[in-house]
Ligand binder design. Structure first.
Ligand SMILES: [Mg+2]
Length: 153
C-alpha cells in the first residue's frame, strides 16, 4: 500500500514503484477525483488524469450511480464501472475480464480503505490510498477560520 495526498501526486513514475510492469489503474471517483459537492471534475484534476492516461491505462470504478459520475467518465473519455459494489469483486472481476485486463496488472487508486483498499486486497493487487478531497477542504476551512479569528484579535 502506498499513500499519497492527492491524485496530482500520482504519475507513471510513482506507479512504477509498485512493481507492476504494465499497470492498469482502477480509479475511484468520489472524493478521489471529484469533490463531494462538485458538479464537475476540477479542470486541473481532469488535465492531470488525461495526462496520466497517456502513460497508463485507466478505468473508472465507482460504487455510485448518478449523472455526476457519468459526466466525469464522459469528460475524461474513460470507461466506467458504476455500482461496482467495492470491496466485493462480483462485478469488478467480470468487468476486468471483459476489458481483457489481468488482475495482477491492476493498481487500485482511491480514498477509502474499506472500499478501495479491501478491493485491492481481494484482487491481490497494490493500492494507492489518497486523502479524501473533502477532508482537505475541511482542513483548509478550519485553517482559514483560525486565521480569521486571529485577524479579529
Ligand atoms: Mg471514494
Amino acid at each position: 500500500m502506498m499513500r499519497r495526498h492527492s491524485i496530482l501526486e500520482v504519475n507513471a513514475e510513482v506507479l512504477s514503484m509498485l512493481g507492476t510492469p504494465q499497470p492498469v489503474v482502477l480509479l475511484d471517483i468520489d472524493n478521489t477525483i471529484l469533490a463531494p459537492r462538485g458538479a464537475e471534475i476540477d479542470s486541473g484534476v481532469a488535465a492531470h488524469v488525461r495526462q496520466l492516461s497517456q502513460d497508463v491505462r485507466i478505468l473508472l470504478c465507482t460504487n455510485n450511480l448518478t449523472d455526476r459520475q457519468r459526466r466525469v467518465s464522459e469528460t475524461l473519455n474513460l470507461p466506467i464501472l458504476m455500482r461496482a459494489m467495492k470491496p466485493l469483486t462480483w462485478w469488478v472481476k467480470p468487468w476486468l475480464k471483459q476489458h481483457h485486463i489481468a488482475e495482477r496488472d491492476v493498481i487500485v487508486v482511491g480514498d477509502q480503505w474499506v472500499t478501495d483498499g479491501w478491493l485491492a486486497k481481494a484482487l491481490r493487487c497494490p493500492v494507492v490510498l489518497l486523502d479524501p478531497i473533502a477532508e482537505d477542504t475541511h482542513l483548509l476551512t478550519r485553517l482559514l477560520r483560525r486565521v480569521e479569528k486571529r485577524w479579529k484579535l
